[in-house]
Design a protein around this ligand. Sequence first.
Ligand SMILES: [Zn+2]
Ligand SMILES: [Zn+2]
Length: 162
Amino acid sequence: MSGNTSNLRVVESQTLFDVKAAWSTLTEAQRESIGIAAIIQAIGEAGDYSGRGTAFAAAAVEGAGALSDACEAALGDLDELPRPDLAAIDVKACRGCGCTEDAGCAEGCHWVEPDLCSSCSTKVVLLRPPALPLFDLDDLRAGIRALEPIPKTARETSDETQ
Ligand SMILES: [Zn+2]
Ligand SMILES: [Zn+2]
């Protein structure tokens, strides 16, 4: 029942799971089990957040479990799937790390391009190899010799010659 590989889309070397394409391959029964579980979880979470008690907290937990099971039955091992393309729910995500406006990077970030966050643009800079210093090996050896302590007598001699 898994059509995972046909639903992959490569975006800037990041593979995303095209949820809309995957949904279109699901049977009515699979959609129903996913949808019902999702509604139970959402109502449970909302009620739990509002402090409406045990029944809603339980619905959130049970709905989440049923949702996970239903998705796995329809799509295969969820741990094997790439991260979902959030464009399917009209959410903009960083093309590098996948962070969003409401769920940014742990270290904090901002948009530096419409779809690239500051954490990822920093990483790109750091990944560049350091520029090689322009000197030749003989110059380097001479420089190291110059760092060796000069004996007092030699220093006086060189002072006299200046
Ligand atoms: Zn990022
Ligand atoms: Zn970020």
